[in-house]
Design a protein around this ligand. Sequence first.
Ligand code: AKG
Ligand code: FE2
Length: 363
Amino acid sequence: MSTTKTQPQKKTYVHYHDGGVLGKRRVLTGNAAKPTFNEVPKIDMQRIYSDNLGDREQLAKEVGEACRNVGFFYAVNHGVEERILDDTFTAVKRFFHLPTEVKMEVHNQKTEKFRGYEAFLEGKLDPSTRGDLKEGFLMGEDATDPEQNLPVHHLPFMSTPRNQWPSHPTAAFFRPALYSYYAAMLTFSRRLLGIFALALDLPEHHFDHITQHPMTNVRAVHYPPQLSDADVGIGAHTDFCWFTLVSQSRTAEPALEVLNANGIWVPVPHEPHSFVVNIADFLKLVTGGAWMSTVHRVRNRGGEERYSMPFFFSPDEDATVSVLEGYRKSGEKYDEFGVGEYFQNRLVVDRRTHLEAEGSGGY
Ligand SMILES: O=C(O)CCC(=O)C(=O)O
Ligand SMILES: [Fe+2]
């Protein structure tokens, strides 16, 4: 019998940004490698619309498995009209083609919630880079926007505008286009939340009372092709909402990548008629870590323009949550979190620190 000595492996690490805290993961290969995923699973969502609870429970089983083991899945056959997605992508491309002055009118640093336009290299989730090679536009819950049909009088904390919309006539098409996408994604998210509740062994409507006016964002993003491997479209990070749905434009070379337990980047290519769903930090927190919020990044290296439209979902800003009963360890004490406070703290860390440290000029 031959004795093969395992060579001591040089330790390499992958670094990422987890809500202002830098994290790192050792790259494990050969004998050291753990069982983990090598692709993002695809789940047929058609059963989300079934009147039969058994169908929805079956779907929830598959969803739960993906949330525990991967933190990411493709939602195929999601039922959101293809026309809405196509039209919104068209509008997003048109918006980013507008002159810089039109976009800078609604620069996100003018608002507390960083709504509006984010210019190239202003985001910087990976401190070792020169910044994220992307531009974006963020909108979200705002009771003063009539499109959202929210009872502004009952939501005093939402009585002043949060979103910024460009006023130039050449940009007038953008607001209705984003709103049709926002409405469709919000409706789908509410159904998905029911499936998540079932997957957590809770009644399907368990989260309804804390999602009456949920915190939500659409971020439209444009990633130009990157010429250097030192660049990144969006640096490695975890999301800090409850969950995210991403519609991504088609590029021949996959750009979105997800980090597995062995520190290997798994590509997430464009799949027709699907969203990419990922679990974020807040849902990881309330499941006591049973569900994964998986590190991901975008590198757009294939020479094509790339567009994506993440939709971020969290419960009501004035709700409080804690680790779910079934996910507590006996003898442990668990704090309650204010949803709004948790979210704003994370947002400020992500959006403000880099610009304050380095100045916002020069982009
Ligand atoms: O563009 C994408 O595919 C993902 C973007 C993303 O991870 C984010 O905005 O948090
Ligand atoms: Fe993300």
